[in-house]
Design a protein around this ligand. Structure first.
Ligand code: ZN
Ligand code: ZN
Length: 446
């Protein structure tokens, strides 16, 4: 409000100050020269200073006033914007609070939750998020890390590795030959393969109970076989008296009694027998000697009895004399042929001839006994005794004949210790074995 008492001079502004308070109209420069020689176009005094420092024509006071006004407007706009943004955030968080009360996970994650923590109501209603339950995993070899599984494989023997490959597809793929060769190394793997039987995987550290396999075997170096497996497979090298090479390079014989390689404890004076087998063989030779003596005695006694009691009968006398001569001939063949030459054919002919020659005396006595009438004199005891001895002697010769037939068939005493033997062969083998030992046990050395 204007003061009426104010001096008049204050109402008349200074012509120089008029430029500060009343700026020129648009399009008219106050500093521009007038048409009739107006003011100097070059600024001077406060205008120059204001122009130099960038103030307007009103000077510093006008600049300060304008600045304060602009600053207050800016502050007011900023405060209004912040207030509206805060209201927007609060409304948004309140809309999400029902989801938190239901236990839902905040979709914006932990950082967003921390910003919401500023609201106490929302914090009081927020529930802790429970992790999902973890199901217990089974505890077995396959759940271990591959490094530990490899370490387990490294400490297994070869049979265990083979067996573990048979358990499941996963372990079969894991324990692959390539992986095993890497774990064990080529040297240890080759030594392991050479010390195991290719059939039963039995381990032989010294390779003294295994037969060396062939280098062309597809499974080499897993080509050696233990004795039992080689016998079961009817290995052609395991024949009595053959010399074979063990897996450790030792050359040994195959026992002629049991058919097993003589890898240790061979008999003194005969490397082709185990010590125990050679003792059993010698026992059979003793039995054979006694049987031979009994046969020889029966042959001698039978011939003498026939010559005493049936000397008047020409057929009996002639046949008994011939058989007696053949008896000594057969004994001579057995003594001469030794243990190396086979003579089963000649002894078979001799035995057959002796048996045939003793048939007439036995037939004559038997027919005489059968043809007697009830009123005749009783049969002499000597005749009965001669008949018994003759039959017993023929029985011995019959057994010899059967034994020689078996020997001519190439009987192998160790055949049943090997595989692929028919059942009937196993059943009659004891009988065949007894006949061979009765007739000629030395045949196992041929
Ligand atoms: Zn084996
Ligand atoms: Zn033996």
């Amino acid at each position: 409000m204007d003061d009426p008492d104010a001096p008049q001079s204050q109402a008349q502004p200074d012509p120089q100050d008029a430029n500060l308070t009343n700026p020129p109209a648009d399009g008219v420069d106050a500093a521009a020269p007038g048409p009739a020689g107006g003011p100097d176009p070059t600024p001077s005094g406060p205008h120059l200073i204001h122009a130099l420092i960038g103030h307007g024509p009103g000077g510093l006071s006008e600049t300060v006033r304008n600045s304060i006004g602009g600053l207050s407007e800016t502050v007011r706009n900023s405060v209004t914007s912040l207030a509206s943004h805060h209201d927007f955030r609060l409304r948004k968080e309140k809309e999400k609070l029902p989801d938190l009360e239901k236990g839902h996970i905040h979709p914006l994650g932990k950082s967003e939750s921390l910003r919401v923590d500023g609201d106490e109501d929302a914090l009081s209603k927020k529930q802790p998020v429970q992790p999902p339950p973890v199901e217990p995993s089974p505890l077995h070899l396959l759940t271990l890390p591959p490094e530990i599984q490899s370490e387990v494989l490294r400490h297994l023997d070869f049979p265990d590795l083979v067996n573990i490959r048979r358990t499941c597809h996963q372990l079969r793929a894991f324990a692959s030959p390539h992986h095993i060769s890497i774990l064990m190394g080529p040297g240890r793997l080759k030594a392991q393969l050479e010390r195991h039987c290719k059939c039963c995987l039995a381990y032989d550290a010294f390779q003294s109970h295994m037969i060396r396999g062939s280098l062309v075997d597809p499974a080499y170096p897993l080509s050696n076989a233990c004795f039992k497996c080689a016998l079961k497979a009817n290995d052609h090298r395991l024949r009595p008296g053959n010399m074979i090479t063990l897996a450790n390079g030792t050359r040994v014989y195959v026992c002629r009694w049991c058919g097993m390689p003589v890898d240790f404890g061979f008999a003194a004076g005969n490397e082709q027998f185990h010590r125990r087998c050679y003792s059993l063989y010698n026992d059979k030779l003793v039995h054979f000697f006694f049987i031979g003596c009994i046969q020889l005695g029966l042959g001698f006694v039978s011939a003498v009895l026939a010559w005493i009691y049936f000397r008047n009968i020409g057929l009996v006398l002639g046949s008994t004399v011939a058989s007696f001569l053949l008896l000594w001939m057969c004994l001579g063949i057995i003594i001469i042929r030794g243990n190396t030459r086979r003579s089963n054919y000649w002894t078979l002919l001799c035995e057959l001839a002796i048996l045939w020659l003793w048939m007439p005396p036995v037939y004559h006595i038997a027919s005489a006994i059968a043809s007697r009438s009830p009123g005749d004199a009783p049969i002499p005891k000597s005749t009965i005794a001669c008949l018994v001895i003759f039959v017993l002697y023929m029985l011995f010769r019959l057994i010899n004949l059967a034994g020689n037939i078996i020997l001519m068939g190439g009987y192998d005493i160790t055949r049943c210790t090997r595989g692929n033997v028919p059942r009937w062969r196993r059943l009659i083998d004891p009988v065949l074995r007894a006949l061979v030992f009765w007739t000629y046990p030395q045949s196992i050395q041929k």
